[in-house]
Design a protein around this ligand. Structure first.
Ligand SMILES: [Ca+2]
Ligand SMILES: [Ca+2]
Length: 382
């Protein structure tokens, strides 16, 4: 672990990346492209993981363990997520996750009417207008230490085409920042939403672009920017109880602080959870009253009120998390029921076993797991 950490730091230091983000990369189905993306981000000092296909469901319990998500719709622009699934991504951002998008996300929003729930977190205006320029001249529009690090103030980049190449984003939304422009319109836009940050690119970010030294650095920088700096003040200590679990507990949970008065995000932490549920996490840099949201695995999110201190770490006691949210969208409903039924009688290592359905972690999906979903049916997390 130490060797890996040191080598990661050395790489990060060499290219000047301020922090190393853990990034969940949605798979496009084009392996050469996906590998190029992962390699590009890792070479810049990040830790990128190739995840599930972009058209399939968002598993919030998985992605909430990552600092940032890369949503690529370049090779697959015919799908839409349900409103509940989109809301899960909105929540992920509001609770501190970073989101970076490549085209055709804004185009799907503007031309196909997709992502109508999720678009509230996009800093760029959606559009149906596009073209296929062979190259684009990126011009720095707003100075930002993280976005600009190692990137020329103006550079010409070959633009990939995947059934087209570039959307003509009309403008950024009020409160958003245009970091780079192309012919005066937004090429890279970003803003802060809740505890999280979102960046929209107006291009498909294919292999030709990723082999350009300035563009590959800009894409890596966007994750550096989108990944919120975790708070470093004194936080809280406590114990998590994972309801109806008889096996090993999750080893991590995500915690997000929101100001209890104005509701503004005050930092997100991925905390380490001891085998007995004990945890100690850092807190907002300004001590005070906060709403603290906790979630982990297939347990619903829970909100508790906490008061952080100047130099001590108050014990907030026991937080019990409700079980049964197999697909991690913070609701226990028919989707979760179906996951359990589909995996029923599955034993660890057998064909039908699905860890998401093994709610009590005893390596078998049976009546106990079924009962957990049924008894919690229609429950919604905080
Ligand atoms: Ca669910
Ligand atoms: Ca079980």
């Amino acid at each position: 672990m130490k060797t890996r950490l040191l080598s990661t730091l050395a790489v990060a230091s060499a290219v000047g990346i301020a922090q190393s983000a853990s990034i969940y990369v949605f798979a496009t189905g084009n392996n050469a492209h996906d590998l190029q993306v992962v390699n590009t981000l890792n070479a810049a000092g990040h830790s990128a993981t190739l995840g599930q296909g972009v058209a399939s469901f968002i598993n919030l319990s998985v992605i909430s363990q990552y600092d940032s998500v890369y949503l690529q719709a370049n090779y697959n622009y015919g799908f839409n997520w349900t409103a509940v699934q989109q809301q899960a991504m909105v929540d992920y951002v509001n609770f501190g996750g970073g989101l970076v998008t490549a085209e055709w996300v804004l185009w799907m929003t503007g031309a196909s009417g997709f992502f109508q729930t999720m678009k509230s977190v996009f800093p760029a205006q959606e559009t149906a207008s596009w073209s296929t320029p062979a190259t684009m001249v990126y011009v720095q529009a707003t100075a930002d230490a993280k976005m600009n690090a190692g990137v020329a103030g103006s550079f010409t980049c070959p633009i990939s085409s995947i059934a087209g190449g570039t959307t003509h984003v009309p403008s950024v939304k009020a409160g958003a920042t245009m970091f780079y422009s192309w012919n005066g319109i937004p090429a890279v836009a970003g803003w802060t939403k809740g505890n999280g940050r979102v960046v929209n690119f107006n291009t498909v970010n294919g292999v030709a672009q990723l082999t350009d030294v300035n563009f590959s650095r800009l894409l890596a920088n966007s994750f550096d920017w989108a990944t919120s700096n975790p708070p470093t003040g004194p936080g809280v200590t406590g114990k998590l109880v994972f309801a109806q679990n008889i096996g090993a507990n999750p080893t991590t949970a995500s915690f997000a602080y929101f100001d209890s008065v104005n509701g503004i995000g005050a930092g997100r932490v991925i905390g380490t959870i001891a085998a007995n549920g004990d945890f100690t996490i850092p807190g907002p840099n300004v001590p005070g009253s906060y709403k603290l949201y906790v979630r982990s695995g297939h347990w619903l999110r829970k909100r508790v009120n906490v008061v952080t201190a100047t130099s001590t770490t108050p014990n907030i006691g026991t937080i019990t998390l409700a079980n049964g949210d197999c697909n991690g969208d913070n609701v226990i409903d028919l989707s979760d029921y179906t996951i359990v039924v589909t995996a029923f009688n599955g034993i660890l290592g057998s064909g039908t076993y699905d860890a998401r359905a093994d709610l009590n972690t005893d390596n078998v999906v049976d009546l106990t797991d079924y009962t957990i979903v049924v008894s919690g049916f229609n429950a919604v997390g905080d």
